[in-house]
Design a binder for this molecule. Sequence first.
Ligand code: BMX
Ligand code: ZN
Length: 293
Amino acid sequence: MTTYLAVDLGGTKLAAALVADGVLSARQQLNTQSDKSTELLRQNLATLLASFHDQADQVVVASTGIIQDGLLTALNPQNLGGLDHFPIKAEIEAITGLPTLVLNDAQAAAWAEYHAAGGQYANMAFITVSTGVGAGLVIDGQLQIGARGIAGHAGHSLADPNGPVCGCGRKGCVEAIASGTAIGQQGSEVFGENCTGQEVYQRYLAGDEAATAIVSRSATAIAQLVADLTITNDLDAVVIGGGVGLAANYLELVEEALSSLPAVYQPKLLPATCSTDAGLIGAALWAQACSQR
Ligand code: BMX
Ligand code: ZN
């Protein structure tokens, strides 16, 4: 049995664990600043991976950003504190001496959720609402990666042509309205500078009107994204995850917005079951699938 050292690089976290036969153990996490110079990221990876020395046969990585040929290119560099290019496969191979396979984080999580549902939804999407808005698609039981690693980046589809400019350079992306970062930015305009997405969310849960409007706008944008993905891909189910996506009452808000649309736009809407481990588990399952081809 192959033991994978699975790594998850997100906007504000770096996690690692051992995964053997889909079972995860020895999980460790570094909560990082969104500020990531190449050197800092290299150091954080070295620190985190040191304790796993000699325990795995292969490294698998679920990483934020577009992954092509082991290179990380940020679609939205703001999510990585301005870092827009990182040779992640080569860096990790240099640190660990192990062969390394890298996949986008939301694609990996989609694959994990597809398996967690026992493969019963052959056509499904996973949407993570977190630092950014990531998405992954499984069509006819196949994970969609794309020729350039971009497949599923639906957080950068249009939510509002008059919306704010997204970090990717396009105006009005879903991510620029619905992500935890966007919720914090909108909160800063109302509640004062450096307001975080979590603070806005707490205010929403406490009944604050302005915070409710911001969180509802996010959930409505995600509901419209669910509808768009469903009507373009004929989906059976959409799974919602991420720190915001799994926050109290968020899925209910998405469900409510979706229920006002015609039935053909409404797939089965489900909360993610792998939670914060989806990227780690999904990347390991993907490596396993690749090795069996
Ligand atoms: C962004 C993009 C996606 C990623 C998504 C969720 C970058 C750096 N990332 O849309 O590749 O899947 O965020 O990422 O351009 P997370 O960090 O919020 O999990
Ligand atoms: Zn964008």
